[in-house]
Design a protein around this ligand. Structure first.
Ligand SMILES: C[S@@+](CC[C@H](N)C(=O)[O-])C[C@H]1O[C@@H](n2cnc3c(N)ncnc32)[C@H](O)[C@@H]1O
Length: 221
C-alpha cells in the first residue's frame, strides 16, 4: 500500500485559511456522524469540554446552545487563524465559558492532567498521520479525568457497494491531490484506540450520500 500524503501543519493551516466558512459546506455528510456523537457523548453531564480542530465552530455552537450544562466550559484549538476567528465569532454569545485558541498544529494539548470531561475530535484524525493520531489520543487520555469520554468521528472506509466505491475514489484523489479533499482520507478509528486504556462505549458507521464516517466514543479507564 502506498504511504498517504499527509499535509504538514503549515499546509493544513494554509488550506483551511483559504477554505474558511466554505468548510460548513461539508455539513451534509458530517452532521449524521455529529448527531451520533451528541447521542452517545452524554454532554448534559459534562463540566469541561475540549475540541481539537474546531473549524468554524459549528459543533461548538450546537453543544453550547443545546447540549451542555449552563456552567460547563468549552475550550478548542485550531491550527488555522481564519477558522479560529470564525469559531470565536460563532461562540461569542457564550464568551464567558468558551475559549478558542490558535495553535501551531502540535499534538500537545494546552490542558493540565485530569482536567476535562470530554475530548472531541471531528473530521481531523483523517488529516493526521497515524503517529500523530496516536499521540493525540494519548494526550486526550492524559487530559481527561477518569471516566471522561473520548468522542471521535472521521471519514472511514465504507461498507457496501457505493460507500466502498466512494472511499476508493476519495483515497485515490487524496494520493494525487490531497488538498482537493481537504487533506482528509478514509481511516479506521478503532485500531488507533488502545483498549487497555479505553473502554469503547460506542462504535458505528454512517454513510450519508455514500460518504462513510466512523463514530467512536470511549471511556478513559
Ligand atoms: C475537516 S476540518 C473539520 C472542522 C470541524 N471539526 C468540523 O467537523 O467541521 C479540519 C479542521 O482541523 C484543523 N486542523 C488540521 N490540522 C490541525 C492540527 N494539527 N491542529 C489543530 N487543528 C488542525 C483545520 O484547520 C480545520 O479547521
Amino acid at each position: 500500500m502506498t504511504k498517504p500524503r499527509i499535509l504538514s501543519a503549515e499546509d493544513a493551516k494554509r488550506l483551511y485559511d483559504d477554505l474558511g466558512a466554505g468548510q460548513d459546506g461539508e455539513a451534509y455528510y458530517e452532521d449524521p456522524a455529529l448527531d451520533l456523537v451528541v447521542a452517545h457523548g452524554s454532554f448534559a453531564t459534562a463540566q469541561s469540554i475540549f475540541e481539537f480542530g474546531c473549524g468554524t465552530g459549528r459543533f461548538a455552537q450546537r453543544l453550547l446552545g443545546d447540549h451542555m450544562p449552563l456552567a460547563a466550559t468549552y475550550i478548542a484549538v485550531d491550527v488555522s487563524p481564519v477558522m479560529a476567528g470564525l469559531a470565536k465569532e460563532r461562540v461569542a454569545a457564550f464568551a464567558k465559558r468558551a475559549m478558542i485558541l490558535q495553535t501551531d498544529g502540535s499534538m500537545h494539548l494546552p490542558i493540565a492532567d485530569d482536567r476535562i470531561d470530554r475530548f472531541i475530535c471531528a473530521f481531523v484524525i483523517d488529516l493526521l498521520s497515524d503517529d500523530d493520531a496516536r499521540a493525540l489520543i494519548h494526550e486526550a487520555h492524559r487530559a481527561l479525568r477518569s471516566g471522561g469520554l473520548l468522542c471521535l468521528t472521521s471519514l472511514t472506509r465504507g461498507r457496501g457497494v457505493v460507500p466502498r466505491l466512494i472511499s476508493h475514489l476519495w483515497t485515490a484523489v487524496h494520493a494525487i491531490l490531497p488538498q482537493r479533499v481537504g487533506g482528509c482520507r478514509p481511516v479506521a478509528l478503532r485500531p488507533l484506540v488502545d483498549e487497555r486504556l479505553w473502554k469503547i462505549d460506542h462504535m458505528s458507521q454512517v454513510a450519508p450520500f455514500g460518504i462513510a464516517s466512523d463514530v467512536l466514543i470511549a471511556k478513559k479507564r
